[in-house]
Structures are given as C-alpha cells and as structure tokens.
Design a binder for this molecule. Structure first.
Ligand code: URA
Length: 242
C-alpha cells in the first residue's frame, strides 16, 4: 500500500508554512489535491499518486534530502549554536527543516561534509562498527617519516579505551612543513590532531577529501553545497547494507 499523510502535515513538512499557517491556507481554499480545492486539513494525501498544489504551484514531496558541502573553516558542525555560525546556516531552500550534519569536522577543518535528514543512513555511516573510510589531506608541522607511517598503521594510543584502528598515512612531501594524506576508519574527537600529537607533530591544516564512497566535488568552493546525485545516494546506501 502507498504511504499516506495528512494534508497539513504534508505541507508543513515541505516547509510551506507552520502547521497553523498551512491549516489557514487550507481553510481559505488555496490548496488543491489533484486540481480540486480541499478544505479539510486532515484529508489524506497518497504519496506518489496525488498532486498537491498551493496557489496553483505544485508542491512535490521530498521526504529525504542529501547534500554534499565543502565545509569552510570557521563554522561548526551543529544544527544550532549560540556563538558560532553553523553549517546549517549556510544551507538555504531546503524542503525539510530537520537536516543535520552526518558526522563532525572541527571548526578549523575544511572539506567534505554530508548533510541529510535520513537518520538511518547517517547512523549506518557513523556507526563505529561499519569502519567507513574517511580520507583527509593535511599540512603537518615537522618532517613526517616512514616510522610515522608504521606507527599509524599499527594503531596508536590516543588516550581512549582502545588503540586507534590501523590508519593509512601517505607522505606527499616531507619537510619543515609536510603534506600528507591520511585515511582513518573512525571519527573520534580531534582524532587526526591527537594521532599526530602522539608522534610530536602538529596539524596545521586539515581538509576532508573523501567520506566512504563520496569524493569532494572539485567544482565546490568553501561554503558551497550541492544535492547528492542518485548514484551517490545509492553508493552510500549500498556500501553500508548489513
Ligand atoms: N580529525 C581531527 O582532528 N579533526 C577533524 O575535524 C577530523 C578528523
């Protein structure tokens, strides 16, 4: 059976207005289902079959949204914050009001961030059991060495109950400031910064390039975002089936 939803709920979920505002629109005769004015807020809409419009403008039903953002430095990964700008402050024109960042990047970290309201998918991607790869580019103060590669690969004590899972460290250049790529499978607080502290080095710059099968879109500039493609959503879901 096709999913059904109350008309007022449908409109409020699609951010046409608050529940009381959309009820008023319905009462005033501004809302049609399949071209017929409907004046009952409790009227059921059959998702995927019925066409809903407000003042002749069709309101399609999009229950889940998925965005790839190039998170800039200086904004926090939260839904709201009393002090700082959040990643959600950068997003406009969403259909749903319940978006959240799937995972956290530090305030000074840049790069690929997934924003969605699909709690089930986010849970799958963030579950420590799933070991979803996250790849970062970083600038490190100090010479990164083969010895560091071995230490990272063996897992390290960063003050948590367990050692970190093996991390893949790749040296792009090694000098007073080194450039590296690192892939980790966890998302502990300040994880990469803490891992480098263990080898007495400091992360100067950190940017996430990949999150599971997603690759940061080169055409995005810091602060910009785009919808995930159907193929990307499929990959995210497919890769994480139990
Ligand atoms: N590791 C960190 O230290 N910070 C991040 O933002 C992500 C991974």
């Amino acid at each position: 059976m096709k999913e059904q939803i109350r008309l007022d709920k449908y409109l409020a979920k699609m951010s046409v207005g608050s529940r009381s505002q959309v009820k008023q629109m319905i009462r005033k005769g501004q809302v049609c289902i399949n071209g017929e004015i409907v004046k009952k807020a409790e009227q059921k809409v059959v998702i995927g079959r019925d066409v809903v419009s407000v003042d002749q403008k069709e309101i399609s039903f999009v229950p889940y949204e998925y965005y790839m953002m190039y998170k800039p430095a200086g904004v926090v990964c939260a839904t709201q914050d009393t002090k700082d700008k959040t990643v959600l402050d950068l997003i406009q024109d969403t259909k749903n009001k319940d978006l959240f960042p799937a995972g956290r990047l530090d305030k000074d970290t840049e790069g690929l961030l997934l924003l969605t309201n699909d709690g089930q998918l986010a849970h799958q991607l963030l579950s420590p059991k799933k070991h979803v790869d996250k790849t970062y580019y970083a600038k490190i103060q100090g010479k990164v060495t083969q010895e560091d590669i071995n230490i990272f690969a063996n897992g390290m004590d960063i003050g948590e109950k367990k050692k970190t899972l093996p991390a893949k460290l790749e040296i792009l250049s090694s000098d007073a400031v080194s450039e590296i790529m690192i892939t980790i499978q966890e998302g502990k607080f300040h994880q990469i910064k803490r891992m480098f502290e263990v080898v007495n080095k400091k992360v100067l710059y950190l940017k996430r390039m990949r999150f599971g099968p997603l690759v940061l879109d080169k055409s995005l500039k810091p602060g910009q975002y785009r919808n995930l493609t159907k193929a990307e959503i499929q990959m995210l879901k497919g890769d994480n089936d139990e």
